[in-house]
Design a protein around this ligand. Structure first.
Ligand code: BGC
Length: 286
């Protein structure tokens, strides 16, 4: 499941292929997008597929231990909510694993997309309403990095370089690319990544702005999973938690012949306590 500002989307995921098994189902995000109203939307999408297993859910803010901690672009009532418990309750007890949206997209890109097999430091940035970030080192995720809120020229970076800002200020590709370039230079100064993967809806138009970006040492490539990255990454996290392994372990680049996902086991229901304090996410990644 992917909770976004405009839609709540979901689909069953084939974790071997990193692809959706069924066409994704979407309901509009209610307004105001309170935790309860959004949880009802999640229930509707899950019910559409008659799904009763573990559910991975992305959220556009910091999530630790199932609790949503920030809400830059969503209803402030999410801050401090035990969203995993709320969702588990609304889904009639389906175990729920909640994680940051960019972290989910990053997990999917590292396993099935543009970051596949890449070692060293890789930073996945999602450019959309806000800017999301997922930082990997040798395939392991450092969760909740929030690099979209770095300060850039005295501003919150996502208020200068997100795609929403491009639209709101009607910036040309050239002018917007200059802002993105400045932002990437700042992130590069801090982390020296080998690779930037640029995600979000705008990654479909990568040819319009990536060639305009200059002076960045790291390789810059568009994300490959586009719309489905969040959903696939959420499913990966849910599966990894179900198997009792950290999601980051599931993406660590595996050598030839090494399984990179936990072996399939008998269907298990996470105990309620595993939801409030996830076995595999994010604590076990520490
Ligand atoms: C939030 C991040 C989120 C990003 C993309 C930012 O405003 O703080 O948590 O990943 O937007 O949705």
């Amino acid at each position: 499941m992917d909770i976004g500002g405009s839609g709540i989307k979901g689909a069953p995921v084939d974790l071997e292929r990193g692809d959706l098994v069924d066409e994704r189902h979407k309901v509009l995000t209610p307004h105001p997008a309170t935790p309860e109203a959004v949880a009802d939307g999640v229930r509707e999408v899950v019910a559409h597929f008659g799904w009763t297993g573990p559910v991975g859910v992305t959220f556009p803010g910091v999530v630790t231990g199932g609790i949503t901690r920030t809400a830059a672009n969503v209803d402030k009532r999410w801050i401090g909510t035990d969203a995993a418990a709320l969702l588990t309750d609304r889904l009639g007890g389906c175990p729920v694993i909640l994680l940051n949206d960019a972290d989910a997209a990053g997990l999917a890109e590292m396993r099935f997309g543009a970051g596949r097999g890449r070692t060293g430091t890789v930073i996945v940035l999602t450019l959309g309403t806000g800017i999301g970030s997922a930082v990997f080192t040798d395939g392991r995720l450092l969760a909740n990095t929030e690099l979209g809120h770095l300060e850039l020229n005295g501003h919150d970076a996502e208020k200068r370089a997100s795609t929403k800002v491009k639209e709101d200020e009607d910036l040309s590709w050239q002018r917007w690319a200059r802002r993105v370039q400045k932002y990437l230079a700042h992130v590069e100064m801090l982390f020296s990544p080998e690779l930037f993967v640029i995600g979000g809806g705008v990654s479909r138009k990568a040819e319009k702005f990536l060639p305009l970006i200059e002076g960045i040492r790291a390789e810059i490539v568009p994300a490959q999973l586009q719309n489905n990255a969040g959903i696939v990454g959420a499913a990966m996290a849910a599966y990894a938690a179900r198997a009792g392994a950290p999601p980051a372990a599931a993406v660590a680049p595996a050598g030839p012949g090494q399984p990179s996902a936990p072996p399939p086991g008998p269907p298990a229901r996470a105990p309620r306590s595993a939801v409030a304090s996830p076995v595999g996410w994010p604590d076990a990644a520490r």
